[in-house]
Design a protein around this ligand. Structure first.
Ligand code: G1P
Length: 295
């Protein structure tokens, strides 16, 4: 299969207004909101790094300055923590440091959809290399980070690959939904169709696309058409579906892990509790508190 190149670049679409989190998002980008003590974006960056990503492309918009600042080094803070011997905190802080030039920011001037956001990064990619896309709203807790699982699976399949999750049938219309050809193995399915937000009752399956993608450079070519799809927006799902029409492989990968929809308040709260409980320094106090709550 073609395009089985290393995946070293990832796009993070972070231009959304975050209206579901107003009024907080009046002044802070949604991606800076914290899950326990780390901004949402940090989880996506860590996952990408674990998968071997070296270049990080943020597609931003007005009002996202705090997101850009977050990745700056903070020498004064670091010196102060070192002087006080706070090594654990210092290490946490240093883990957020990025190499100079590793992050590029490109602005999406108009909110024309996810496909359009990804297309805005076209000049920062090598036209012969596959690339990853991570949607920071989808936070995935997993022993082996989800994108790393996918990179390994992709080394067998090539083509384009999307993370896939079985969702309750009545929820499927909120997602991109896969039409399955058959199983490649236990975790990978071959895809024969993809529909963005299908009308309720017309879903081809209950296997939903979750925000992790490894895409053939052809998908970027397909996006050049800037075709409008569901909701009048330029959809990434449609550009991937065009690969199927061109007889190039598209695969769904059923990742191992728990996905949280941090684009919704309930999902964000659930993730906060789950990540809090997974932290040795918080577990006991938090679970004791949860036990006091009425069932
Ligand atoms: C986007 C994609 C959709 C995917 C979803 C996963 O939709 O367009 O295909 O299923 O992310 O979170 P959004 O949630 O931005 O409407």
């Amino acid at each position: 299969m073609s395009n089985k190149r290393n995946v070293t670049k990832a796009i993070f679409p972070v231009a959304g207004l975050g209206t579901r989190f107003l009024p907080a998002t009046k002044s802070i980008p949604k991606e800076i909101m914290t899950l326990v003590d780390r901004p949402l974006i940090q989880y996506a960056i860590d996952e990408a790094r674990a998968a071997g990503i070296k270049e990080f492309i943020f597609v931003t918009s007005r009002g996202k300055g705090a997101l850009e600042d977050y990745f700056d080094h903070s020498p004064v803070l670091e010196q102060e923590l070192a002087r006080k011997g706070k090594t654990a905190l210092l290490e946490d802080l240093e883990n957020t440091n990025m190499d100079s030039g590793a992050i590029a920011y490109v602005r999406q001037y108009k909110a024309l959809g996810l496909g359009h956001a990804v297309w805005c990064a076209r000049r920062l990619l090598d036209p012969t290399e596959p690339f990853a896309v991570l949607l920071p709203d989808d936070v995935i807790a997993a022993e082996k980070p989800c994108l790393q699982q996918m990179v390994e699976a992709y080394s067998e399949t090539g083509g384009s690959m999307v993370a896939a999750l079985e969702v309750p049938q009545e929820k499927a219309s909120s997602y991109g939904v896969l039409d399955i050809n058959g199983n490649v193995n236990d975790t990978t399915v071959s895809v024969k169709g993809m529909v963005e937000k299908p009308e309720s009752g017309t879903e081809p399956s209950n296997l939903a696309v979750i925000g992790r993608y490894i895409l053939s450079p052809n998908v970027m070519q397909n996006l050049h058409a800037l075709k409008k799809g569901a909701g009048g927006e330029i959809q990434l799902t449609d550009a991937i579906a065009d690969e199927i029409a061109a007889d190039r492989g598209v695969f769904g990968y059923k990742f191992k892990g728990k996905r949280f929809d941090c684009g919704s308040k309930a999902g964000f709260l659930q993730a906060t509790i789950a990540f809090g409980l997974s932290r040795p320094d918080l577990r006991d106090e938090l679970s004791a508190y949860l036990k006091t709550l009425p069932a």
